[in-house]
Ligand binder design. Structure first.
Ligand SMILES: [Zn+2]
Length: 142
C-alpha cells in the first residue's frame, strides 16, 4: 500500500500514543539498559518491550517457522528468545519492572481491544509486579 496512512498501526506506536495520551512520559530504545527496552519509565523503574511474535519466538498463532532453512530460523529465533530472557533477568535483578507486550495483543485474529491493552499497561505501570506479559487470545497473556 503506497498511499498515505492516517496513523501508524504498529503495536509499538499504538502503545506509545496511548500511554502518552494517558499522561505517561518515557524514553525510547535506551541502549544502556539490557536488551535496549522499547519504552523506559525511569521514575517508575519500569520498562516495556514490544516483541514481534515471529522474531522473538512467541508460542502463539502468529508464529510459524518458515518452510525453508528451518534450522537457520530456529537457531536465530531461539537466540533472540534466549537474549530476551537474559535481558529481562538482568533488569529485574537491577530493580526494574519488566512488561512484555506481544505483537499478537494488538494484531491478528486474537488481538485484544486497544483500550483494554492500554488499561492493563497503564495499571501495570502504576502498581504492577516485577514481570508481566500481555498477549493476544482469550486469556490475554495471563
Ligand atoms: Zn504472539
Amino acid at each position: 500500500m503506497a498511499g498515505i496512512r492516517g496513523k501508524d498501526t504498529r503495536p509499538e506506536m499504538i502503545l506509545r500514543r496511548g500511554l502518552h495520551a494517558r499522561g505517561f512520559r518515557f524514553r525510547l530504545h535506551v541502549r544502556r539498559l539490557p536488551g535496549t527496552p522499547d519504552l523506559v519509565f525511569p521514575g517508575r523503574r519500569a520498562v516495556i518491550f514490544v516483541h514481534g511474535c515471529f522474531w522473538h519466538g512467541h508460542d502463539c498463532h502468529m508464529f510459524r517457522l518458515p518452510a525453508t532453512r528451518r534450522e537457520f530460523w530456529r537457531a536465530k529465533i531461539e537466540g533472540n528468545a534466549a537474549r530476551d530472557v537474559a535481558a529481562e533477568d538482568a533488569l529485574v535483578a537491577d530493580g526494574w519492572r519488566v512488561l512484555t507486550l506481544w505483537e499478537c495483543a494488538l494484531k491478528g485474529r486474537e488481538r485484544l481491544p486497544v483500550e483494554a491493552v492500554l488499561d492493563r499497561a497503564a495499571g501495570w505501570l502504576v502498581n504492577g509486579p516485577a514481570r508481566e506479559t500481555i498477549a493476544g487470545g482469550a486469556n490475554g497473556g495471563f
